[in-house]
Design a protein around this ligand. Structure first.
Ligand SMILES: NC(=O)c1ccc[n+]([C@@H]2O[C@H](COP(=O)([O-])OP(=O)(O)OC[C@H]3O[C@@H](n4cnc5c(N)ncnc54)[C@H](O)[C@@H]3O)[C@@H](O)[C@H]2O)c1
Length: 314
């Protein structure tokens, strides 16, 4: 059994990482400042003593250092981050959390002799793709501050973690969704927003013609990629794209949601937003070959799980 520190583990992907680590017999130290977290995501682990919660802001190095000194983690998974919309609205905070905070996590790991690390990057680093499926070598065409902070994060692992010889793997998640997402994601996540609107019988909005595509991957699968890489001594200092490789257009998604929810609502087509990425499709080749990873939760199942959870917690 190892002690694994997971930043952002009371959030969406991080809490699935905690679940899977605990299932394998590890003890998880949850570092989260509850900026976009849900206690329900981790309550059971805390109750059973399988995890400890440290309410801590990664932007504050002294506090983070104390947490590392207290728990002496052997492994670290870094998921905490400011979200895309907030990064635009609060740019200084985005730099503090996503760049300085990431440096703090790496530096604390260096000082406390952590063995291996994984971290969350994003498909946002690529911007509008020049070709699909997007492989790991695709150029960075990002134009958002959030994407810039993710590129900076990757650079910190490539340089500082590498220099200090802590092996790491980073994951560029595609359109990640689950029933555990906080309401903070509401403004960016079509999936979550539409389900709630359809449930209430209210119209949904599509910017443009609805032919824009997403590569929707369940958060539980993103977590599985992290946990697979965490203990693989033969895979080090690699970045992986994490998606299903399946493109789903907004029009297809709405039809699936109507079908699964057993009702449809009016659709308002609004002028296209030029800032939105038009296509997302991830190449799954590298992660399949190097980590033997393949997603397990289909979009159909993911939607069913979301609806079930929403109705059960109404
Ligand atoms: N959800 C997506 O579609 C998506 C796509 C690509 C990349 N990512 C990245 O994956 C990671 C996890 O995303 P998620 O969907 O689970 O988001 P999330 O918001 O559900 O989880 C992030 C967690 O980090 C915590 N956190 C934020 N700032 C913190 C700080 N300063 N100190 C301590 N904790 C802090 C939040 O409270 C939250 O619990 C993030 O790094 C995100 O940028 C997400």
């Amino acid at each position: 059994m190892s002690v694994v520190l997971v930043t952002g583990a009371a959030g969406n992907i991080g809490s699935f990482i905690a679940d899977q680590l605990i299932e394998q017999g590890h003890f998880v130290v949850i570092v989260d400042n509850f900026y976009n977290a849900k206690l329900d995501n981790i309550r059971e682990h805390l109750h059973r003593g399988a995890a400890a919660l440290e309410v801590c802001d990664i932007a504050n190095y002294r506090t983070l250092q104390r947490v590392f000194a207290k728990w002496k983690p052997e492994y670290v998974s870094h998921q905490a981050s400011m979200m895309i919309m907030d990064s635009r609205e609060f740019p200084f905070d985005a730099i503090d959390v996503n760049i300085k905070g990431t440096f703090h996590v790496i530096q604390a790991a260096v000082e406390h002799g952590v063995r291996r690390m994984t971290f969350a990057s994003s498909a946002s680093v690529f911007g509008n793709p020049r070709y699909v499926p997007v492989d790991e070598e695709h150029p960075f065409d990002n134009q958002t501050l959030y994407g810039a902070t993710k590129i900076a994060q990757e650079a910190l692992y490539r340089s500082w973690a590498f220099r200090h010889q802590i092996p790491w793997c980073g994951f560029r998640y595609y359109n990640t969704y689950s029933e555990r997402q906080g309401m903070g994601a509401f403004y960016t996540q079509v999936f979550q927003k539409w389900i709630l609107l359809i449930d209430k019988g209210e119209p949904i909005q599509i910017y443009g013609d609805g032919q824009q595509t997403m590569d929707l991957i369940h958060s539980e699968d993103c977590a599985r990629a992290n946990v697979a890489a965490m203990f693989r001594e033969d895979v080090a200092n690699e970045l992986f794209n994490v998606g299903t490789g399946i493109e789903t257009s907004l029009n297809e998604l709405k039809e699936m949601l109507f079908r699964k929810m057993g009702k449809s609502v009016p659709v308002e087509y609004l002028p296209d937003d030029e800032h939105l990425v038009r296509r997302r499709q991830c190449s799954t080749k590298k992660i399949r070959q190097m980590l033997g990873f393949a997603p397990r939760v289909s979009l159909e199942e993911g939607i069913e799980r979301y609806i079930h959870h929403m109705r059960a917690t109404d």
